[in-house]
Ligand binder design. Structure first.
Ligand SMILES: Cc1ncc(COP(=O)(O)O)c(C=O)c1O
Length: 438
């Protein structure tokens, strides 16, 4: 154990190799704009927007002010059979960003809760309209939908599932879309849309009459930025429509500008029935998630006696006033600075820069879309994940650059305010570290 002045022992850290971390901790103390400041005084360039969430850059004054004023005015108010003005204002602003027909919002406190909420709404909707046999939920291999039991059941990352029992019954998984022959594609790979057709086999095997919904990340983030082949999402949408199955886009990462548009749905022109979001909703400043549902789904609930609660679901902190204030200020910044367009404008430069790493040592694939990219390294023999970890760790300690690692894939997702020379700095430093890593 290190002789660090903090007692690192009591905090059981999430998704962390605790003993390894505590032997050589990476501790961040403050942040501004594109940079963190580490506890030992280094200025660290943020290549990951925190955890895919600080889209407008760190410590934005307007968010700080909105949060401070709100907490002084109304610290908490229940949203069960009570209300306060902010979530109504926020929901109105948010639905202006989604395609027409996705005009209702349910608030949660995280992406995981947004996913479980979406899955529950899908099941309850099918029941409400008299299709109660539709109870199966379909996910996708390599999908990440948070850590609730619903999310891990439809999720497709083995490590997130295997220690935690059986999960929901009746789930199935689409094939993932990562193909070795598409390695080093720029943007959407041209080949592979037919992977979507395997959905038809799942339907044939289980009967569409038993399937409530399918959930996918439009671009898979946590598994290492897996970009859908051209036409793939359109095909999934068609199959859903043909078989009366709800389509849920999990936009916890792709939402709020990451792809150079408000949402992946707007970028790709494919409209799901439900969208889950979180992260960039508040610029990461406070926990909040939002689930967008179609008018058709919403109106199926708004039937029957008006004194009856339509959806027996919600969280103590759903639509929390302080989180809502943070979200309102965040959405204003995105609009005032046209940040979604900025991400689109700089994404070509980002793509070029990231693909310049193609000839670096052990690089076996590079994938990108919008301001998301992944550099995949060959795993070391019998030590999968160690090469990626070493690169991540050296970037932090030796180059003062924060990147993200999953297994041997390095992911980049910088704040949308990034400048070209900062892209260069991240990529040059990452390339130097990759080449120096055996
Ligand atoms: C696509 C997706 N869904 C859900 C989640 C879970 O969000 P949270 O960690 O806020 O629960 C994440 C988090 O990275 C995500 O990427």
């Amino acid at each position: 154990m290190s002789d660090h002045p903090l007692n690192l022992e009591p905090f059981w850290m999430p998704f962390t190799a605790n003993r390894q971390f505590k032997a050589q901790p990476r501790l961040l103390e403050s942040a501004e704009g594109m940079y963190y400041r580490s506890m030992d005084g280094h200025k660290i360039l943020d290549g990951t927007a925190g955890l895919w969430c600080v889209n407008a850059g760190h410590s934005r004054q307007a968010i700080t002010t909105a949060v401070s004023e709100q907490i002084a005015k109304l610290d908490y108010a229940p949203s069960f059979q009570m209300g306060h003005p902010l979530p109504f204002r926020l929901a109105k602003k948010l639905v202006e960003l989604t395609p027409a027909g996705l005009d209702h919002v349910f608030f949660t406190n995280s992406g995981s809760e947004a996913v479980d909420t979406a899955l529950k709404i899908a099941l309850a909707y099918q029941q409400a309209r008299g299709f109660g046999r539709k109870q199966r939920l379909i996910g996708r291999e390599k999908g990440y939908h948070g850590v609730g039991f619903g999310g891990i059941s439809v999720g497709g990352l083995a490590n997130n599932r295997k220690a935690f029992g059986n999960g929901l019954t009746g789930t199935a998984h689409l094939s993932h879309t990562l193909r070795r022959e598409n390695a080093f594609s720029r943007g959407l790979p041209e080949e592979g849309a037919e992977i979507a057709d395997q959905f038809e086999q799942i339907i044939a095997l289980n009967d569409a009459a038993t399937i409530a919904a399918v959930i996918v990340e439009p671009v898979a983030g946590s598994a290492g930025v897996i970009v859908p082949p051209q036409g793939y999402l359109e095909r999934i949408r068609e199959i859903c429509t043909e078989h009366d199955i709800l389509l849920i886009f999990d936009e916890v990462i792709t939402g709020y500008g990451r792809l150079g548009a408000a949402f992946a749905t707007t970028k790709f022109g494919v409209t799901p029935d439900i969208i889950t979001t979180a992260k960039g909703l508040t610029n990461g400043a406070l926990p909040m998630g939002a689930v967008f549902v179609s008018d058709q789904i919403h109106s199926a609930f708004m039937q029957g006696p008006e004194n009856v609660i339509e959806l027996f679901h919600g969280y103590t902190y759903s639509a929390h006033p302080v989180a809502a204030a943070a979200a309102l200020a965040t959405i204003d910044i995105y609009a005032a600075e046209d940040l979604f367009q900025r991400a689109a404008d700089i994404s070509g430069y980002f793509e070029e820069a990231v693909h310049s790493l193609a000839n670096c040592r052990n690089v076996i694939d590079i994938r990108n879309f919008g301001l998301m990219a992944a550099v995949e390294l060959a795993p070391r023999q019998d030590a999968s994940g160690t090469r990626g970890y070493d690169v991540f760790n050296s970037c932090f300690f030796e180059q003062n650059v924060l990147v993200r690692v999953t297994a041997d894939t390095i992911a980049l997702s910088p704040p949308l305010i990034i400048e070209k020379q900062q892209i260069d700095e991240i990529v040059e430093n990452l390339g130097a570290v990759i080449n120096a890593t055996k």
